[in-house]
Design a protein around this ligand. Structure first.
Ligand SMILES: C[S@@+](CC[C@H](N)C(=O)[O-])C[C@H]1O[C@@H](n2cnc3c(N)ncnc32)[C@H](O)[C@@H]1O
Length: 228
């Protein structure tokens, strides 16, 4: 409580600073500059940048992912949005038919391709940062976006969810993490599209079986599984 009060001026100034940066540079450049995914990806520090302090070895052994909550099947075509360096692909590829993985950072995709170069059923794409235009309608059985939407403006989350609806097959399922106001409310929504639960319900109003209790929801993220 006291900590929050002491930090309030810092968060307030930071919010103004990033709002100004987004106006000047646009959200995409601001996000890329802030996280330095492009420059960081030239060194091993990429592992620290992606997941607090993780080392390369952790990526070879750690199969943690929210996609397991969808119970992937060997006949599934799977989409991963904001895939980073192929961390999940290494472990999931043998459980599904194919994986198609997109990221807006060329640096991340370069590393992902290198990390998964011997895996035949995984395909990586650099995307625009807000669309899945390389995929046709009704393509995927399952899709997920993990540790992505806290880096994405509100409007872009909405654009991605509409795209997910388009590219999932009827009956296809999606899981993602949407940042909560409780933990991310200090960020400008032009940079981090935090939401309250009612907004998440509205976001997925075109989907059915919206289920927040599948295991991923916590104080940082709403984590619904939804069905097209
Ligand atoms: C924290 S990393 C998570 C990577 C991966 N999902 C994982 O769990 O290992 C976030 C990733 O999202 C990518 N990213 C950020 N904004 C994006 C956007 N609008 N569209 C696609 N990828 C994005 C970044 O380049 C980065 O690779």
């Amino acid at each position: 409580m006291l900590r929050n009060i002491l930090l309030a001026p810092y968060f307030y100034l930071r919010k103004i600073k990033y709002s100004r940066m987004v106006k000047k540079l646009g959200w995409k450049q601001t996000v890329l500059d802030f996280w330095k995914w492009e420059s960081g990806s030239k060194t091993n520090s990429v592992y620290a940048i992606i997941c607090d302090g993780a080392k390369k070895e952790d990526f070879d052994t750690n199969d943690r992912s929210l996609v397991w909550l969808l119970n992937p099947k060997s006949s599934d075509g799977c989409l991963n949005i904001g895939c980073g360096i192929g961390r999940v692909e290494k472990h999931l590829h043998s459980h599904v038919l194919e994986m198609h993985s997109v990221d807006m950072s060329e640096g991340m995709i370069q590393i992902a391709r290198e990390n998964c170069k011997n895996i035949p059923n995984v395909y990586f794409y650099v995307n625009s940062g807000d669309s899945l235009s390389m995929f046709q309608n009704n393509t995927f059985d399952i899709a997920f976006a993990e540790l992505l939407f806290q880096h994405v403006p509100l409007e872009v989350i909405k654009a991605y969810v509409a795209e997910v609806h388009r590219v999932l097959k009827p009956g296809g399922r999606f899981i993602c993490q949407i940042p909560t106001k409780q933990k991310y409310g200090h960020m400008p929504r032009e940079l981090c599209g935090w939401m309250v639960k009612g907004e998440v319900d509205e976001l997925f109003s075109n989907f059915s079986n919206v289920n927040y209790n599948s295991g991923g929801t916590n104080e940082f993220y709403h984590c619904p599984t939804v069905t097209k």
